[in-house]
Design a protein around this ligand. Structure first.
Ligand code: HEC
Ligand code: HEC
Ligand SMILES: [Cu+2]
Length: 434
């Protein structure tokens, strides 16, 4: 009726919408009536000439009382029935439903079909047939929400929950995580693709992707993961300094840890560095700079990354396939200084976005949201107000003024790498983040 909830994609969507419309209309009508009568009385019985109105003593009216008791009771029962009826539908998957396993993790959705086919961030289903999702989480609470299907359900670590729907139209629809689950929660989305039956069968049977991956040399797969898992934001392949140590000649390298112990970068050490980076900190770096990949990377993926690291032995120059536009191009073509600043901020070569959020959430470094003009407390107890000079100094000489409550881990690699002009663009971008 009112269409407040948008497109309807499942066969029970109209029931949910109907219940929603009924409750909305009743609420609006009651609000208008009650507030209207209240205002009317307030006006006609207002104090006039300093005299109060005498209220007549009213004894009561049985007919009226029966009406205003029975009628709302019936309305409440009707609304409860509407809710119960669609709730039962929503929670009772048909026995013949196609099952898909769903795993939530920070911050993506993985899907697995009964024939073993796996996808990430893409759920493909046939139109007209019931689909039952059997869901669990690898880390924290998530919630799987498909607005167009009018269904959502919490996804809980150590437990299976389920939801189901029967799509009534083909197309691409949005899936959200609707339970706040950390920094990148807002990016935890997936695409629901509803296909005609035959097309779905073809898609399901098509294992060329999996074959390609399985047939790929582990080191080639590792090279792809180097970019896909954004290790490249912090680790170079050519020995140049970035946020973390370069991977050049890393395999079996001897090094020193912050606690003075020496280590050899063998299989176990590299695996531990990925899953639990703070267990052993390379001298010259600090804990908290590298995020843990525990739960976000499989054993097979770790093995292929190690195979790739072995190939970075300096015998040949390795160019990772970075699909993002180059920094200069991205910067030059952007229209305004703030746009260029944004491109610099997002550029994986600078890694600012690896430590600074723009939404106010705390990462390794302070958020850029509201930074411009803020009064900042420093570790030495003094206060500065954030202006262009302070931001420039923070980027070129990060250790000069350290924000209270943060470790001094911002790398001092930007002087010479980011020009005065680059810095001004970044400042313009920061100004937009109020
Ligand atoms: C936000 C920056 C960042 C990202 C992203 C990152 N790392 Fe790191 N990494 C670091 C820092 C800083 C260190 C050194 C401090 C430490 O040992 O924890 C490090 C250390 C390491 C080491 C030990 C290196 C040595 O010289 O002993 C390995 C191995 C490693 N990272 C692998 C990875 C892999 C694999 C990925 C991607 C899946 C990755 N890192 C993503 C910052 C990062
Ligand atoms: C390895 C993590 C890391 C990276 C990468 C990083 N920063 Fe930082 N940054 C920090 C930390 C931690 C602080 C707070 C401690 C300090 O002041 O040194 C900080 C502080 C700042 C401040 C001062 C913030 C305030 O609240 O006063 C600015 C501005 C800043 N960084 C800009 C940048 C820019 C621009 C980049 C990219 C070119 C960048 N940072 C890259 C970790 C990082
Ligand atoms: Cu989530």
């Amino acid at each position: 009726m009112l269409g407040l909830l948008g497109e309807q994609g499942s066969d029970f969507a109209h029931k949910v919408d109907y219940a929603h419309d009924v409750v909305t209309i009743i609420s609006v009508v009651c609000t208008v009536l009650i507030v209207g009568v209240m205002l009317y009385f307030a006006v006609i019985y207002r104090q006039r000439n300093g005299k109060d109105h005498e209220t007549p003593a009213i004894e009561g009216n049985n007919t009226l009382e029966v009406i205003w008791t029975v009628f709302p009771t019936l309305v409440c029962i009707w609304v409860a029935w509407l809710g119960y009826d669609s709730f039962v539908d929503l929670r009772t998957p048909p026995a013949n439903a196609m099952e898909v396993n769903v795993t939530g993790r920070k911050w993506a959705w993985d899907f697995q079909y009964s024939n073993g086919k796996k996808t990430t961030s893409e759920l493909v289903v046939p139109v007209g047939e019931p689909v039952k999702l059997i869901m669990t989480s690898r880390d924290v609470l998530h919630s799987f929400f498909v607005p167009v299907m009018r269904t959502k359900m919490d996804v809980i670590p150590g437990r299976y929950t389920q939801e189901w729907f029967r799509p009534i139209k083909t197309g691409d629809f949005q899936v959200f995580c609707t339970e706040y689950c950390g920094n990148e929660h807002s990016k935890m989305m997936a695409r629901l693709k509803v296909l005609p039956r035959a097309e779905f069968e073809r898609w399901l049977a098509d294992d060329s992707e999996a074959k390609k991956l399985a047939a790929m040399k582990p080191s080639d797969m590792g090279k792809q993961l180097y970019v896909a898992k954004s290790c490249n934001t912090c680790h170079s392949l050519d020995g140049s300094p970035k946020v973390g140590p370069s991977w050049l000649k890393l395999y079996n390298r001897q090094g020193t840890l912050t606690n003075g112990q020496s280590y050899v970068a063998d299989h176990n050490y590299i695996k531990e560095s990925i899953l639990n980076p703070s267990a052993k900190i390379v001298s010259g770096y600090s804990a908290g700079m590298m995020p843990s990949y525990d739960g976000q990377i499989s054993d097979v993926e770790i093995e292929s990354i190690i195979e790739f690291i072995k190939t970075v032995d300096g015998s040949q120059k390795i160019e990772p396939e970075v699909t993002l536009p180059k920094r200069q191009d991205a910067g030059a073509s952007a229209a305004s200084p703030a746009d260029r600043g944004k491109a610099l901020f997002q550029d994986s070569a600078n890694a600012c976005s690896g430590c600074h959020s723009i939404d106010g959430s705390r990462m390794s470094g302070p958020s850029f949201k509201g930074l411009w003009g803020r009064k900042e407390k420093l570790a030495d107890g003094t206060e500065v107000s954030v202006d262009a000079a302070y931001i420039k100094e923070s980027i070129w000489k990060p250790q000069a003024k350290v924000v209270a409550g943060y470790p001094p881990i911002m790398p001092g690699i930007y002087e010479g790498k980011l020009s005065e002009e680059n810095i001004n663009d970044i400042i313009e971008y920061i100004k937009t983040l109020q």
